[in-house]
Design a binder for this molecule. Sequence first.
Ligand SMILES: Nc1ncnc2c1ncn2[C@@H]1O[C@H](COP(=O)(O)OP(=O)(O)OP(=O)(O)O)[C@@H](O)[C@H]1O
Length: 256
Amino acid sequence: MKLVFDGVAAGYTELPAVHHATLTIAQGEFVAVIGPNGSGKSTLLKTVYRALRPRAGTVLLGDEDVWAARHRDVARRVGVLGQDPPGGYDFTAREAVRLGRYPHLGAFDRLGATDEAIVAQALERTGATGIADRPLSTLSGGERQRVLLARALAQRPELLVLDEPTNHLDPAHQMSTLSLVASLGVTVLAALHTLDLAARYATTIVAIKAGTIAAAGPPAEVLTPAVFRDVFAVDGSLVSDPVDGRPRVLLRELRG
Ligand SMILES: Nc1ncnc2c1ncn2[C@@H]1O[C@H](COP(=O)(O)OP(=O)(O)OP(=O)(O)O)[C@@H](O)[C@H]1O
C-alpha cells in the first residue's frame, strides 16, 4: 500500500515537532525513519496510525486520507507496533495477538478457526508460541515486543508502522525480526535507532533532524559522512560487510 505525506506538520505544543514532511513511499518499500532523540520520528509515525492528528497537510494511504477514513478501515489496513501494548498488560500474549483480528470481524462476530490459525502463525513467526499463555505483565521487554509484533502481523495489514521494533531485542531477534518484516512484502514504516540495522534491512532511509526530513533515499545515498555528521553529530561511514557483502555502518565519536 502506497503511503504519502503531503506537507505534514504535527506536534504537542504551539511549536510543531514535525514540519513540512513531504514524502512518497511506494507499495512494498521498507522505510527506516532515523534521527536523534526527540527529532520527531514517533511523531511522524503517530500521524499515520491516527494517534496524533496533523495540524497541516495530509497523510494518504493509497488514495485515501487517513484522517478522513473510518477508524475501523484504518485499523484493518495499518498494523502498529507502538511503545505501549494496546489493551494494557492484563492480557495473555495470545489474547493480545487475538486483538489483531478484531478489525476484520463484524460487531457481533467471534474469532473463528481461520482467525485462530492466523494468531497461532503470528506467534510462531515471532518465536512467541512458548510464551503464548503467559500474561504480558510477566514477560521480559523483548518477549513482550515480539508478542506486540505478532499482534500487528495477525492483523494481516497492508502497512506496518513500527516504532523501534528492535528495542529490547537481543541481536539474533533484532535480525530475525527485521528479516521477517522485510519478507512480508507489505509496506513498512519503522523508526529505528540502530543505523546498522537500518542500512541492512531498509530499502529506503528517511533521516529526520529537528522535525524536518533532512534526507531520504536508498541507504547508500542517505548514509553518507555528511548526514552522519549533520544529523547525528558522529563520524560515520557505510562499508561493505567482508563476509556477506551487505552494508554496515561504522560510527565514531565526532572529532574536531
Ligand atoms: N506527548 C508529548 N507531549 C509534549 N511533547 C512531546 C510529546 N511527545 C513528544 N514530544 C516532543 O516532541 C518532540 C519529538 O518527539 P518524538 O517522540 O517524535 O521524537 P523521537 O525522534 O521519536 O525521539 P526518540 O528517539 O527519543 O524516541 C520532542 O521534542 C519531544 O520532547
